[in-house]
Design a protein around this ligand. Structure first.
Ligand code: PMP
Length: 677
């Protein structure tokens, strides 16, 4: 139960509802989590709202409701100021836990907030945080007076954007009607009755002002409470129904109906139910909070629950969530394209928006083929990639993934055969390897007639082995591609936006690709989206083919291309990242990862330990049992999902030192116990 304001009539409504429940014979209770303005009399604290609750049910004999306040303060002010004055700290989660403990007996429980939804609890939390921590249906009380439509619509808008179920709206006359407001009150209720349902809040009832509630006469007050509780009877029925929903078993439904990545469908793999995430932490349905070492497959580089990203999404959702991109332009797309070109390696001139990392790779491959075709090189239709590469799961992208570690053997009959270069042996931070460079040159020269492009993950090979290689390799590759008329595609889907300690990993080698693929952290981990940046030369060549029979258009155009929601979130994510000391953070995290994982190097079964940017890797000699290690990590309060021979960390760039240390400690402990063997 919350109000649009202080003095909205919340306490009266809770008290009368309590009576309504008692009359229906339902065991019930009312809790006031925070009460300010209490008075002390002979050592006893007098809690004003509780008095009204007790008064409303006093004349009730069959049910005796449980009535209590969880935190009481004498100062008559906001909860956060009262707690500052008294030194008693209020935390939404603590109050929610206390309330939940009271509710364990299964009684129907009414919880009355303090003030409105943004009444402050402490320097960062509000009553709304308490409501979110409780997760109960919300009944909103608005005072029927001048200004209440505005207040009620604002409150309902905010509440409707939370996952809290809406119970309904109650309008409450808080002062006697006079000539001045006689027309206003029915109009308020008619207006709100029309608009409140748009937010999921039906107008449940209008309570009249009853002077008898302030009477000294017990019988008069009893009549008053009785009248109000009769008005609220239907509201009580709705609340009772809402609070006894069909039990939902997410784990069972997940196992029965959902297919997970890289998993069989039957039996379903072990999963953990995530319900929320904030900063570097992910909360499970059982209340445990895990420190995230994965950035949700490397996309949540800014951490979770960022208001700026959520608001960018909400603002755009109001104006234009989507419109087809054939024939239309929109500001979110043009602004984002301009921004990406301004921060990307120089020489790129046009942006093509796509749906996911894999689709970006498909688009890049198609661009390369169309470029060569338009330039009159119709034989150049193959691609060259590196062993140990990973570029995505769609068919074209799969064809340029490592043919041994990847999925080639399963789809061999379908995938086009590509040309592979050995994984560069020269490590990042080590010496360049002449043989690496000579082999590369030999192979590229041998196949230059048939190669449309070379595709690489610059500096860091991700899912194919978490391998960090020497920038010299990339420099030489750039030179050779230019010389041999082969395009260079840089797949920075995993490395882009600061992960390697540079905004883009190409910067380590000071090179610019002809085509650049971006994804993952592009939206700060909020939604699937990608961008393919092409050089002016590539864009112009495709658009004006030498031969009239070749179409001068790029043959790709997804339904959700340049989705305005994704563009707006991406633009905000970039602005947030650039305003944040990401480089210092990547360096700090990298240093701590290197130190924290180093002790694993000498343990049996460990092949190598390495770190670069905000990436730390323990490479094992044999593939690990992911589910077994995962279970240990969850028990240890961290979220780390190893795969194959890689137990690695890519925490959000906002992770604090103690969080990084906890992640490293969990990996050390797992390896010390031999869980990787
Ligand atoms: N390229 C690279 C380098 C990647 O790491 C990934 C995802 N791990 C992809 C492409 C594919 O991206 P998505 O999963 O968004 O399709």
């Amino acid at each position: 139960m919350t109000g649009t304001d202080t003095d909205a009539g919340k306490t009266t409504v809770v008290a009368a509802l309590l009576r309504a429940f008692c009359l229906k014979g339902l065991p019930c209770r009312a809790i006031k989590p925070v009460q300010t303005g209490c008075t002390r009399n002979n050592g006893t604290l007098y809690v004003p709202d509780l008095f009204h609750y007790t008064d409303a049910v006093r004349y009730q004999t069959n049910i005796s409701p449980d009535i209590r306040a969880l935190a009481c303060f004498e100062p008559a002010c906001s909860p956060h100021l009262a707690s500052l004055k008294t030194g008693v700290r209020l935390e939404a989660e603590d109050l929610a836990a206390k309330a939940r403990a009271e509710m364990a007996d299964g009684r129907f429980t009414l919880i009355e907030g303090a003030g409105g939804i943004y009444a402050p609890l402490n320097e960062r939390q509000h009553i709304l945080d308490l409501m979110l921590a409780l997760g109960l249906p919300v009944l909103l009380v608005a005072p029927n007076r001048l200004g209440c439509i505005n207040q009620a619509l604002m409150a309902m808008r905010v509440l409707a954007e939370t996952p809290l179920p809406a119970a309904g709206l109650v309008l409450c006359e808080t002062s006697p009607a006079d000539d001045g407001n006689r027309d206003l009150l029915p109009e308020n209720s008619a207006y709100l009755a029309r608009h409140a349902p748009e937010f999921g809040f039906p107008l449940l009832c209008e309570l009249p002002f009853l002077p008898e509630l302030a009477s000294q006469d017990d019988r008069a007050r009893r009549r008053g409470w009785q009248k109000l509780s009769e008005f609220l009877g239907p509201a009580a029925d709705r609340l009772a129904a809402l609070c006894s929903p069909e039990p939902e078993d997410i784990a069972a439904d997940d196992a029965a109906f959902v297919w997970h990545p890289y998993a069989g469908a039957v039996p379903a793999p072990k999963t953990y139910e995530a319900v929320a995430a904030e900063g570097s932490r992910i909360r499970l349905s059982d209340g445990r909070s895990l420190i995230d070492g994965m950035s949700s497959w490397w996309c949540a580089n800014l951490g979770y629950g960022r208001a700026d990203l959520q608001l960018a999404l909400a603002r755009q959702a109001r104006m234009l969530p989507h419109v087809m991109f054939g024939g239309f332009a929109h500001a979110p797309a043009t602004r984002l394209a301009k921004k990406l070109l301004a921060i990307a390696p120089p020489g790129l001139g046009k942006v093509f928006f796509a749906d996911s990392g894999s689709v970006a790779v498909e688009v890049a491959l198609k661009m390369a083929i169309q470029y060569q075709l338009a330039a009159g090189n119709s034989r150049k239709t193959r691609f060259c990639a590196l062993l140990g590469a990973y570029h995505g799961d769609t068919l074209g992208a799969m064809s340029v993934c490592d043919p041994v570690n990847g999925m080639h053997h399963v789809f061999a009959g379908y995938l086009p055969g590509q040309i592979f270069l050995d994984r560069p042996r020269a490590r990042f931070g080590g010496e360049p390897d002449i043989e690496d460079l000579e082999n590369m040159e030999k192979r590229l020269r041998a196949h230059s007639d048939e190669l449309a492009a070379v595709i690489v993950e610059p500096i860091v090979q991700g899912a194919g082995g978490m391998w960090f290689y020497h920038p010299e390799y990339l420099k030489r590759l750039r030179e050779l591609c230019a010389e041999l008329g082969i395009l260079l595609i840089a797949d920075e889907i995993a490395t882009g936006f600061g992960r390697t300690g540079r905004l883009f990993a190409c910067e380590w080698a000071g090179i610019s690709p002809d085509i650049l693929c971006l994804g993952k952290a592009l939206t700060g981990g909020m939604m699937s989206f990608s961008a393919v940046l092409a050089s002016g030369r590539v864009a112009e060549a495709i658009s004006s083919p030498k031969d009239d029979s070749v179409p001068g258009v790029l043959l790709h155009g997804p339904t959700f291309m340049a989705n305005p929601l994704a563009c707006s979130v991406a633009l905000q994510a970039i602005e947030t990242l650039l305003a944040f000391p990401w480089q210092e953070n990547a360096a700090r995290i990298g240093q701590r990862l290197a130190e924290g994982l180093e002790p694993c190097r000498n343990l049996p079964g460990v092949e190598d330990v390495r770190a670069l940017g905000a990436i730390g890797v323990v490479e094992t000699k044999k593939p690990v049992d992911t589910e077994r290690m995962q279970a240990f990590f969850v028990e240890s309060g961290v979220w780390i999902r190893p795969f194959s021979r890689l137990v690695y960390l890519m925490p959000p760039l906002v992770a604090a030192n103690d969080e990084i240390d906890a992640l490293c400690a969990a990996i050390r402990k797992a390896c010390e116990r031999g869980l990787h063997l």
